[in-house]
Every structure is written in C-alpha cells, then in structure tokens.
Design a protein around this ligand. Structure first.
Ligand SMILES: Cc1cc2nc3c(=O)[nH]c(=O)nc-3n(C[C@H](O)[C@H](O)[C@H](O)COP(=O)(O)O)c2cc1C
Length: 356
C-alpha cells in the first residue's frame, strides 16, 4: 500500500489488471455524512471521453466495503473498492523484453522481478480512481469548513488559455470534456489532443488549481509548509513533472517591487493587491486564494516507434505501443489534482493547522 497523510491518512492499493483498485481513508470523524452521489459525480469527471481519452471504459462504481453505515462515517477506516472490469493484458507482453521509454517498465522490471506489466501494473493511472473516491470525501469535509477546491485545464501542448480565471469559472470546466474553462478553449484543446492521437502520438499540458476559503495563517512551516505538502501530493500523481505556485518560474525574472503582493484593508478584512505568490508565504496562507499549476508530461505510451533495448538479447531494439491509452492525461488528471489537494488540506486541518 502507498500512504499519504497523518491524521487524515489515505492508503492506495491495486493494479491495473488485478481484480480491483482501492483505497482506505482514515480520520473521517464518526457521524460525518458521506454523500455517495457527490462521489459518483467526481468519479465521472475522471472517466475518459470520446477520442481524447483511452478506449478502456470502466464502470468505476465505488463499493464502500466498510467505515460507512447508513450514509454516515463510523469513525473506522473507510475501505473503498473499485473493480477492474475492462482488462486486456495481451498488448503488454512484449514490454517484458522491450520496455517502453517514458513509462515505469524498465526500472520496475529490474527492481521487482515478478512485476506484472499488464496495464502497467501498480504504475497505472487506473489507481487514480481510488484517489478521486477518497478525495471526494475529503472535499465534503472541507466544504463544511467553507473551503473549496476547483481545478481546470490551463494548457494542452501549445494551446494555452492565457486568461486569468476565478474559482467559479474553474468549476464551470466540469461542463467540458477537456476541463477547459470556455467552449472556445475546449474546442481548441480537443482538436490538439485528437490530432496528436491520430498521429499515434501524445501531448501533455498543465492543470491549474484554485483553493478558496482558507484563513490567513493556515498551513505549516518548514517541511510541513502548505506548498511543500501540496507539491509532494502532486508529485505522487503519475506523469506529474512540475508544480509552480502563483507566478512560479516567472518570479525568477521579476524584481521584489513587482513580485511582492501588497496588503490592503477591504471592508475590514486583510487582502492582497495581487497574487504573485499563489496565496502562500512562509508555508502559510496570506489571504489570497491558493493558486498552483501542475505540469503533466505527454502520455508515454505512443504508437510511434521508439528506441529501446531488448532485455532478453542485450541489444538495441525498437518498440511501439498498440494498447489502449490516453493520448493526453491532462483532462482526466484535473479531478485527481483536486482530490490530492483536498486530502492534503483535510490532513493539515486534522493536524491542527486550522485557524490562527
Ligand atoms: C489519469 C491518468 C491516466 C494515465 N493514463 C496513461 C495511459 O493511458 N498510458 C500511459 O502510458 N500512461 C498513462 N498515465 C501515466 C503513467 O501512469 C505514468 O507516466 C507512469 O506511471 C510513469 O510515471 P511518471 O510519469 O510519473 O514517471 C496516466 C496517468 C494518469 C494520472
């Protein structure tokens, strides 16, 4: 099992082509109402759609095997199980000899001699289904504290949405398959993904996440800093290759006079004039929404022939991937980013980082 969190603790298990994937969520207080309809809506947002997602279609029905009775948490660990139905391992056999570049095959085969490569085993994005299920409960816990987490697709390949978006607009992305904020961007992003897929190639992109409702001072310091823990959580998502808060890497080109977010009083409340820092200073919230972007690399499995080695013969070789794959991970990753952010914040609240 793979674990994250201390008080609100999430453990992940399963393999792509095993009987199921699932998760255990600890730290949900007894009596907390668990809304399974909301969970189903969140699960639907991770499902692949049309030609922009993998042809592998799964029911993704979450079975809550224990920890919830009559719609209320018992206070015991919540066990969630999601069956794997639509499996076909035949296309993966050749990767035992010729591992796919960009995927976990080579290091996994050398490290785990009995590694099950079908569907990429425990390295499959399939396991993120359980993250979204657990994240939906964490989101419900946060909503009772007035905290919301809304993400959307900021870019797909060279198609970049250059407009600043509010949390409400980000929430509106749920209407669009690409998780873009507008129908125009949705069309452009979809075309970009479909043309990469038609060329047997793939594309990456960025997910932007906005967290609202956190009070000034919320967070930890040093290694428990809010940005440090969010970054760790995001890097746990397969294919994440970077994260930036606020203006991120552009801050390197600014002066302090440009990058500092000045404080202002607004209707008796402390606010910031701008949000170059992404709402976090010193590991704690500064009153602005927490804003960060996560980079997802292009899907490693592609139909185009690539260079690899032959582990059996010890020679150079080539490999191309015929299995079922997402030509772009980003639209499906939006729900996963929201879920990991929710689990992180819920844990920080449970650890006592709530209000100053
Ligand atoms: C929601 C989601 C779906 C994914 N789908 C695929 C896929 O269809 N094909 C693939 O090669 N990788 C897919 N990935 C990415 C791989 O799991 C990932 O690249 C691989 O495990 C190697 O890990 P790394 O990229 O973090 O180094 C997906 C990731 C996520 C989050």
């Amino acid at each position: 099992m793979y674990e994250i969190g201390t008080k609100v603790r999430f453990s992940l298990f399963g393999r792509s082509h095993g009987p199921c994937v699932g998760g255990i969520l600890e730290g949900v207080p007894a009596g907390f109402p668990v809304d399974e309809d909301m969970m189903e809506c969140e699960m639907a947002l991770r499902k692949p759609t049309g030609k922009i997602g993998t042809p592998r279609r799964e029911a993704d029905k979450v079975m809550i095997a224990q920890g919830v009775v009559d719609g209320k948490a018992t206070g015991q660990p919540i066990l969630m199980i999601i069956e794997n139905g639509n499996t076909d391992g035949s296309k993966y056999l050749k990767f035992y000899d010729t591992p796919r570049p960009g995927h976990a095959d080579l290091p996994a085969l050398l490290r785990f001699p009995d590694h099950d490569l079908r569907g990429s085993g425990q390295f499959s994005g399939r396991l993120t289904a359980a993250i979204v299920a657990a994240g939906s409960i964490a989101k419900q816990m946060l909503l009772t504290n007035g905290i919301r987490i809304d993400a959307f697709t900021r870019s797909i390949g060279e198609v970049i949405d250059g407009t600043s978006h509010s949390a409400d607009e980000a929430r509106g992305s749920r209407e669009f398959a690409t998780r873009a904020c507008t129908s125009r961007m949705d069309v452009l992003m979809r075309d970009h993904i479909e043309s990469a897929g038609a060329a047997h190639d793939s594309v990456g992109g960025t997910v932007e996440c906005i967290i609202t409702g956190l009070p000034i001072g919320f967070g930890g310091i040093w290694f428990e800093a809010l940005d440090a823990e969010l970054a760790r959580a995001m890097f746990g998502i397969p294919a994440c290759k970077g994260i930036e808060f606020g203006d991120g890497f552009e801050l390197a080109m600014m002066r302090g006079s440009e990058s500092n977010d000045g404080y202002r009083m607004c209707d008796g409340r402390i606010t910031t004039k701008s949000n170059h820092m992404g709402g976090i200073v010193g590991g704690m919230c500064d009153g602005a929404p927490v804003v960060f972007r996560v980079v997802f690399k292009p899907t490693p499995s592609i139909g185009i022939e690539q260079e690899t080695i032959n582990l059996k013969d010890g020679t150079d070789d080539t490999v191309s991937v015929e299995g079922r794959h997402d030509p772009c991970i980003v639209p499906r990753a939006v729900a996963v980013v929201e879920a990991m952010a929710a689990l992180t914040i819920a844990d920080q609240i449970a650890r006592g980082y709530r209000w100053n």
